[in-house]
Design a protein around this ligand. Sequence first.
Ligand SMILES: C[S@@+](CC[C@H](N)C(=O)[O-])C[C@H]1O[C@@H](n2cnc3c(N)ncnc32)[C@H](O)[C@@H]1O
Length: 229
Amino acid sequence: MLKKPMSLSPRIIRTADGSCTLYREDIDETYHSVHGALAESTHVYIENGLLALKEKKEIHILEIGFGTGLNALLTLDHAAEGQVIHYYSLEPFPVEGDTMLEYYNQFAIKPVSLPSLGKMIASGGLTVEIRPGFDFCLLDKTLQSLDQDDVDGLRFDLVYYDAFGPSKQADMWTFDTLNKAVDLMKTGGILTTYCSQGQFKRNLKELGMQVKNPKGPAGKREMTVGVKL
Ligand SMILES: C[S@@+](CC[C@H](N)C(=O)[O-])C[C@H]1O[C@@H](n2cnc3c(N)ncnc32)[C@H](O)[C@@H]1O
């Protein structure tokens, strides 16, 4: 299990598309792809997740790893007109506010919804309305310790599985941990992630998921989408 560092102000790194990522020196890992943070989040979580459900009038999203909030902001940016979204995000190791501010300052093109970030971070475990039709709840919890009560007894249409990679945080990709996420999904729900590790995909299949491997974002041959059967 990942240990909480003394202070979490990871280093800001510019990525290939002009957006930035954070680098955690203690585990030698970035929060996004250095080939383009914005491009990766857009491709993996928006195009292969949110937009696949654009016809649904109301969706529940669970994000594993809020991090910089980039996926949440892009979800606000790309939500279909009139679609109601309930967004739950887990973050046991929140990034310090000053680092967040400096991080987005350095983006060549900022997410349109960036002004909503403060409200998300300040929500403190409560569900808040970010705008009409978009509720948000940030939970200071690990996936491993999450109970269904923490998410108001809900099951999810879409899971953004954005944990650190298997070589850095192996416990996020085990059968038991993935089982927790899959258990919280609705039948027909989608789990999307940048990861395409073989053992991870076998675990998903064993958990009764249909596994697809769309083309990955820049710098990656493939990514993974699992559909709960
Ligand atoms: C790859 S980064 C996420 C990037 C993020 N989605 C973004 O848009 O910036 C992985 C995140 O998972 C968080 N994390 C670490 N252990 C976790 C756990 N056991 N459960 C849930 N999240 C965890 C980390 O603190 C980190 O913020």
